[in-house]
Design a protein around this ligand. Structure first.
Ligand code: ATP
Ligand code: MG
Length: 336
């Protein structure tokens, strides 16, 4: 069953995958309006709810196993829905196991270090899911479109010679390879928005007073660099989609579809990790049974030796007696 589901999921996300070594031209190769086989938003909502539930289960196991960490890298143009994706995708999971980090213009302290330093500081630990809302990829995106950012990085002359971007792609790939070899699964999502849909979303933010705060004049300025961004996104996808950390291009013009697609890619990664709750050794199990006995002996007069076990037994009987009896019995039970 799980294998079947994994296969179905793998097939479902295949159209979003950037195969390692392939050359990408964003506008030609990926359609922001693509919605696969999902016909209606209503079907999408159901899929999203199911997927969220499963993600919560996986996250509990990931945390308990404490071996692998997961890093979700989110890149996109403004208004593509990064925040909404994070909100929806993560709304079902235990907040203790998830860390979200946003990256803005680097501080003076951050500029005083190598370009990957600030991202390395905020990687998730084993057992955690970390989300980068913008990421180390800004170093080959906004820094490339606005080269004054590179000037501010205080690099030695030698680091500015030759093809800076090709070198950065290589350095990023090497870093990600090192991390994935050490137990960090990296899931990279690029939310692909069309120019017209971005215009509509900006206008919505202007038209709705409650959304005015989300609008920034800077976003419209960046929009003026649309073609340059399309080019640097395409090159980033071409050079940094690797076997160990592939990119997925998520169609983002329909918010609901973007969310399901993102969830599917994340779910698939977790399925591949397949984290398991740790089991205890025989000897430890024996020890636990002895402790159980001693606790049972401490039961006050009239109380069940093991109230938990008694309650489970009562529920089991109620279920056996049929749905009507069962409902009443369960509803009346203590601790429910
Ligand atoms: P929001 O949805 O709230 O607008 P945001 O991620 O767009 O979220 P902003 O504060 O609007 O947050 O923008 C952060 C800005 O920081 C972006 O314009 C981004 O390009 C810029 N930025 C991020 N990393 C770097 C970097 N390494 N060098 C220069 N600029 C960067
Ligand atoms: Mg912004």
């Amino acid at each position: 069953m799980a294998d079947k589901r994994q296969k179905r999921l793998a097939e479902g996300i295949e159209p979003f995958l950037v195969k390692a070594g392939s050359e990408v031209t964003l506008s030609k190769d990926f359609d922001p309006r693509f919605k696969a086989g999902v016909k209606k938003k209503k079907d999408g909502v159901r899929l999203l709810a199911e997927g969220k539930e499963r993600l919560a289960e996986y996250q509990a196991r990931l945390a308990a196993q404490d071996t692998w960490g997961v890093l979700i890298v989110l890149q996109a143009l403004d208004a593509a829905g990064k925040d909404g994706t994070i909100r929806h995708v993560m709304s079902g999971v235990n907040p203790q196991g998830v860390k979200v980090n946003g990256f803005k213009v680097p501080s003076a302290e951050e500029l005083g270090h190598d370009f990957l330093w600030r991202y390395a500081q905020r990687l998730p630990a084993r057992g955690e899911i970390g989300i980068f809302n913008r990421s180390h990829y800004e170093e080959v995106l906004v820094v490339r479109v606005h080269p004054e950012n590179l000037d501010r990085q205080q690099l030695p002359e030698a680091a500015k010679q030759g093809d800076v971007w090709k070198r950065r792609y290589r350095e990023i790939n090497d870093w990600e390879r090192y991390l994935s070899g050490n137990g960090l699964r990296i899931v990279k999502l690029f939310l692909n928005l069309s120019k017209e849909e971005q215009r509509t979303r900006f206008l919505r933010r202007l038209d709705l007073p409650d959304h005015n705060w989300k609008f920034s004049a800077g976003d419209v300025k960046e929009r003026a660099h649309w073609d340059e961004y399309q080019k640097v996104f395409s090159e980033m996808l071409t050079h940094t989609s690797t076997e160990w950390a592939p990119w997925y291009v998520i169609p983002a013009d329909r918010k609901w579809f973007g969310r399901i697609a993102s969830l599917a890619v994340i779910g698939h990664a977790l399925m591949e990790i397949d984290p398991q709750f740790p089991t205890v050794s025989r000897a430890r199990r024996q020890e636990l049974l002895e402790i159980k006995e001693s606790l049972e002996e401490q039961a006050p007069k009239g109380a069940a030796a093991d109230p938990f076990e008694a309650e489970e037994e009562r529920k089991r009987k109620a279920r056996k007696a049929g749905p009507n009896h069962g409902d009443q019995a369960v509803a009346a039970g203590p601790g429910d």
